[in-house]
Design a protein around this ligand. Structure first.
Ligand SMILES: C[S@@+](CC[C@H](N)C(=O)[O-])C[C@H]1O[C@@H](n2cnc3c(N)ncnc32)[C@H](O)[C@@H]1O
Length: 251
């Protein structure tokens, strides 16, 4: 099965879990995004891989118009339910693949995407598409799963993510993000590596991770180097993770 079909299958079956997810709907994290972007009330925004719609809804309360795209139709259905529940009427929802956006150049004042880049099979192409549809001077915002710099973590933590979700492609460390960003027509305003904890078994249950994959994940964490154990503490009820946040302006 190719990656797009894996994404559609994995997210299609669990779409409502993502709409209801307190991780994705965390108001503190969403407010931080709005504070960083500082959207103007006349702005138009694109939310790439909207999932349960949390990013689109947060943006919609601050800007004039939002287009929310996702490759998984069931996700868009959930995002529409969420926006209706919030009384939001300025979001247009469309099925689109970020790698080939059916959108002319330089359309949006803001292009944002949260918790999705790690699913993109051709990250360079996807990021170029996101930049292409952004107006010069427009704001580019990304928040995604990340890993600590270094070959051990780039390999082992991505293995953990793949065991949890077969549609996972790659979580980039800050050093790999910096290489990706250098290729884009962007001026970087802010980057930040944020340490987080995921509650277990909730994080596994959201993706219905198989029992043997859960065991393998704990085994990988137990086998990390001494340095790895300081970066990735874990217990029965939690696992440590990192996120990378980017705010940039299009040149
Ligand atoms: C974890 S959810 C996104 C969460 C959401 N952005 C938020 O802020 O809560 C990941 C989403 O990425 C979408 N996705 C994955 N690959 C995609 C692609 N190539 N194009 C568009 N959407 C994609 C999936 O369908 C899924 O809905």
């Amino acid at each position: 099965m190719d990656n797009l079909n894996k994404v559609r299958k994995n997210f299609g079956q669990r779409a409502s879990e993502y709409r209801k997810s307190s991780t994705h709907g965390n108001p503190v994290v969403l407010e931080r995004m709005i504070e960083l972007i500082k959207p103007s009330s006349e702005a138009s925004a694109l939310d790439v891989a909207t999932g349960g719609g949390h990013t689109a809804i947060a943006l919609a309360t601050s800007v004039q118009q939002v287009v929310a795209i996702d490759i998984t139709p069931e996700m868009l259905t959930e995002a529409k339910i969420a926006s209706r529940q919030e009384g939001i009427s300025n979001i247009t929802f469309r099925v689109e693949d970020v790698h080939n956006l059916n959108i002319p150049d330089c359309q949006f004042d803001i292009v944002a995407s949260r918790f999705a880049v790690h699913h993109f099979s051709d990250v360079n192409k996807a990021l170029r598409e996101m930049c292409r549809v952004l107006k010069p001077g427009g704001k580019f915002y990304i928040l995604d799963c990340s890993v600590i710099d270094g070959e051990e973590f780039e390999k082992e933590i991505n293995h953990i993510e793949l065991l949890r979700d077969s549609s996972h492609q790659f979580s980039y460390s800050p050093r790999l993000w910096n290489q990706l960003l250098k290729e884009l027509p962007l001026t970087i305003e802010h980057t930040s590596l944020l340490k987080e904890q995921y509650e277990l078994p909730l994080w596994f249950d959201r993706m219905e991770t198989a029992r043997d994959s859960r065991d393998k994940i704990f085994q990988i964490l137990k086998n990390l180097s001494a340095e790895g154990k300081t970066h990735y503490p874990f217990g029965e009820n939690y696992i440590t993770t990192y996120r990378f946040e980017i705010l940039a302006t299009k040149n």
